[in-house]
Design a protein around this ligand. Structure first.
Ligand SMILES: [Zn+2]
Length: 331
C-alpha cells in the first residue's frame, strides 16, 4: 500500500464521501454530476461550495477555495501534503493503526491551531510574550474546542485507544487540553509531555501524567555560559523573549535531584536562580544553591520583587527587570 501514488490514492477515494465525512452536508445538483453545500472554509450563507466527483475537484464560489482531495484535507485538517496522503490512505484502509509519537503530532496540530486563532496570541501578548521567534521555537500551540484535535489525530491514523493511553483524550472522548495554550516538553528531540496553560480561571494549568524531563529548555544551558534557572515555563519563555537565551526552568520551587544533575552536567558558567519572590521561591532557591554547591557549581540568586515572579517582574517594570538580569549575565 505504501507504493500507491498520489493519483492512485485520489482515484480510490470518493471525494464527495470524504467531504461529507468531515461534516459538510452536500446535496446533488446538475443532475447528480456535482454536489453542493455550505462552504466549510468561510461563513457561507448559501450553498457556494461545489464538489465534482468525476473530476475529483472542489470549488467555492464564495471564498475561492478550491483544489483536489489533498488540498481539501490539507486545508481542513491543517496538515502538510504528506500527512494529507496518509489521511487519505488511512481512509481507504491502507495503513495499520498508529501508536507512535501521538504527542509529536498533537504538538504540531496545536501549533497549527495557534496560528489560526487570535486567542492564544492575545493571551500571550498579555503576558508580554509577542515574538514570532519564541512562538515558533517553542512550538507554542492552542488546543481548540471540542474533539477537533482528537478527530485530527484519528485521521492521521492514530486509534482512540492509543490516544487514551497517552491521556490526551479525557473520559468524555474530548481533548484533555481544551481551552489551554500548549507548550511541548522535549527530551533528546522527542516530545515527552505537554504543558497546558489555561486561558481562563475555570480550568487549571496542567501537564500529562508521567515524566516531564529534568528541565524545560535544558538544551539552552551550555558549557561556560551563565545560565538562568527559573521556576516556570512562562518565566522561561519571558527570559528568552527578552534575549536571555540560556534560560531553563525547573517545574516548581521544589527542585528535584534530576534537575540539579542536568544543570551540573551541562557545565554552565555561573548559574543565576530566579525563583518567585515568595517564601516557597526563596526556600527553593536556597535549596537549589546548596545542591549545586555540592556538585561544584557556583550559583547566585537574583532578587525578584515580593510576590512577583520573573514574568510579572518583566511585565511591571521591564527596564528594571532587564537591567537586573543583564548585570548578572555580565558579572
Ligand atoms: Zn468558501
Amino acid at each position: 500500500m505504501d507504493e500507491l501514488s498520489p493519483d492512485e490514492i485520489r482515484k480510490k477515494t470518493n471525494i464527495v464521501e470524504y467531504v461529507k465525512s468531515c461534516g459538510v452536508a452536500l446535496a446533488p445538483v446538475s443532475g447528480g454530476r456535482e454536489y453542493a453545500g455550505r462552504c466549510p472554509f468561510h461563513d457561507d450563507e448559501s450553498a457556494s461550495f461545489f464538489v465534482n466527483p468525476a473530476k475529483g475537484l472542489f470549488h467555492c464560489f464564495g471564498c475561492g477555495a478550491g483544489g483536489n482531495l489533498f488540498s481539501f484535507i490539507m486545508r481542513r485538517q491543517g496538515v502538510n501534503f504528506r500527512q494529507a496522503m496518509m489521511i487519505a490512505m488511512n481512509r481507504i484502509g491502507g495503513l495499520p493503526p498508529r501508536t507512535d509519537s501521538v504527542l509529536e503530532r498533537l504538538a504540531d496540530y496545536y501549533h497549527f491551531c495557534f496560528g489560526r486563532s487570535p486567542r492564544g496570541r492575545e493571551y500571550l501578548a498579555g503576558r508580554g510574550i509577542m515574538s514570532e521567534a519564541v512562538i515558533r521555537r517553542f512550538r507554542i500551540g492552542l488546543a481548540p474546542g471540542g474533539d477537533r484535535a482528537v478527530r485530527a489525530l484519528i485521521d492521521l491514523g492514530f486509534d482512540l485507544i492509543a490516544l487514551r493511553q497517552a491521556h490526551v483524550v479525557n473520559r468524555h472522548g474530548r481533548d484533555a487540553f481544551f481551552g489551554r495554550i500548549t507548550v511541548p516538553l522535549s527530551q533528546a528531540g522527542r516530545v515527552i509531555n505537554i504543558y497546558g496553560r489555561s486561558l481562563s480561571e475555570r480550568y487549571p494549568h496542567m501537564y500529562l501524567p508521567g515524566h516531564r524531563g529534568a528541565l524545560f529548555n535544558a538544551d539552552s544551558i551550555v558549557p561556560g555560559e551563565p545560565a538562568f534557572i527559573c521556576e516556570s515555563i512562562l518565566d522561561c519563555l519571558t527570559l528568552v523573549e527578552h534575549g536571555f537565551e540560556h534560560s531553563a526552568s525547573t517545574f516548581s520551587a521544589n527542585v528535584t535531584e534530576e534537575s540539579v544533575h542536568a544543570i551540573a552536567a551541562a557545565h554552565p558558567g555561573i548559574v543565576f536562580i530566579a525563583f518567585d519572590g515568595d517564601d516557597a521561591g526563596r526556600r527553593g532557591a536556597a535549596a537549589l544553591m546548596a545542591m549545586l554547591r555540592e556538585k561544584g557549581v557556583v550559583s547566585r540568586s537574583i532578587s525578584i520583587p515580593d510576590n512577583a515572579d520573573v514574568n510579572t517582574f518583566f511585565l511591571d517594570d521591564p527596564d528594571k527587570a532587564a537591567r537586573s538580569f543583564r548585570e548578572c549575565a555580565r558579572c
